[in-house]
Design a protein around this ligand. Structure first.
Ligand SMILES: [Zn+2]
Ligand SMILES: [Zn+2]
Length: 359
């Protein structure tokens, strides 16, 4: 299929050549031309891309599995389909559609995990900005069956961070075995993932105990609908405070995104019997050490939840498009990516950063 879009030969892109070398932002990176796309591939001209903590791990190479090198990172991209590979059958997207690129770039749709709806754990999965080039460039190659349609009422920059941060917390809450009126604990509630989690939980009828620190984050969480607040730096008894906030019984669920094992172990103590611990964080190194005795006698569920599948992504975007969830972000140019990484490393980024790819 040819394209009526003008597609340049080169583009701006941020390239990681090695884990130690400085990030290079170039303007002469080749654009894969429509005639070079394989069946099932599409070319997306990006409006913007969010920056996720995972991008920093890929850039540093500190995960147990290394990213490809050289690498273009990024997996929260939104843009327009400007070409579809020739001989693509039954494409669910067409030229001019606005779509999102998420962490899972491709799955086979046929292995057992794919058939069971956990395509993010596909045996042949490809990951944007990790095993295939991602969205820190003006054009990205993706797959017609895996790009996510963006609702027309949702601006691209507001949709960007829903594609990873939003989907991740939305799915974790969705599978937390909670029902309307139940209590859910959200450690890190004032952060990038956390502030989205508070809004999804409230939209789903749950009662939120927000854990974080400082007046600014407390105000944000309260404004977003959290009913109880625990400052982890000020409290002398975090477990006791959560139990007190939840009528003495403990919470029904916790969605833990922390990078340390301690936050997971604590959750076993503050969950009520039958409660569910959703394990979401992807630290470079950390072990989950739960007290086996209390996990058993309290019938605690411990569930790993990894981003989301195509359906989770559509649901998370739909809720945002209806105004129930809004991402707090700051826009920056692609050339600012190195500083953004430094800010992430030092924990100085409030909300999310979305890179504008059009200037
Ligand atoms: Zn991410
Ligand atoms: Zn598969």
């Amino acid at each position: 299929m040819s394209s009526h879009f003008q597609i340049p030969k080169t583009q701006k892109a941020a390239i990681v050549e090695s884990n130690d070398a400085p990030l290079r932002v170039v303007s002469d990176h080749p654009v894969k031309q429509p005639g070079e796309l394989a069946p099932g591939e599409c070319l997306v001209r990006l409006d913007c891309s969010g920056v996720c903590h995972t991008d920093l791990h890929a850039r540093k190479g500190d995960w147990p599995v290394p990213a490809k090198l050289p690498l273009i990172g990024g997996h929260e991209g939104v843009g327009i389909v400007v070409a579809v590979g020739a001989h693509t059958q039954d494409s669910p997207v067409k030229l001019g559609d606005r779509v999102g690129i998420k962490w899972l770039a491709y799955s086979c749709l046929d292995c057992e995990p794919c058939r069971k709806g956990i395509e993010q754990s596909c045996e042949k999965g490809k990951y944007s900005g990790f095993t295939v080039d991602g969205t820190f460039s003006q054009y990205v190659v993706s797959y017609v069956n895996h790009v996510t349609p963006i609702p027309s009422s949702l601006p691209s920059d507001e949709a960007a961070s829903i594609l990873c941060a939003g989907v991740t917390v939305y799915r974790a809450i969705k599978y937390s075995n909670t029902h309307i009126g139940d209590w859910i604990v959200l450690p890190g509630a004032g952060g990038g993932l956390g502030h989205l989690a508070v809004q999804y939980a409230v939209a789903m009828g749950l009662r939120v105990v927000a854990i974080d620190t400082g007046a600014e984050k407390k105000n944000l969480c309260t404004k977003l609908g959290a009913e109880a607040w625990v400052d982890f730096k000020e409290t002398k008894d975090l477990v006791g405070d959560i139990k007190a906030a939840t009528g003495g019984k403990g919470a029904h669920a916790a969605v833990v995104t922390a990078a340390t094992g301690a936050a997971y172990a604590q959750a076993i103590d503050y969950l009520r019997p039958g409660g569910t611990l959703m394990v979401v964080g992807l630290p470079a190194q950390a072990k989950l050490s739960a007290d086996i005795f209390f996990t058993v006698i309290k019938s605690i569920n411990i569930v790993g939840s990894y981003v989301g599948n195509r359906q989770d992504a559509r649901e998370a975007l739909d809720i945002a498009a209806r105004g129930k969830v809004k991402c707090f972000f700051e826009s920056k140019p692609l050339s600012a990516l190195s500083e953004v990484y430094e800010g992430l490393e030092q924990g100085k980024i409030v909300g999310r950063v979305v890179l504008n790819m059009t200037d």
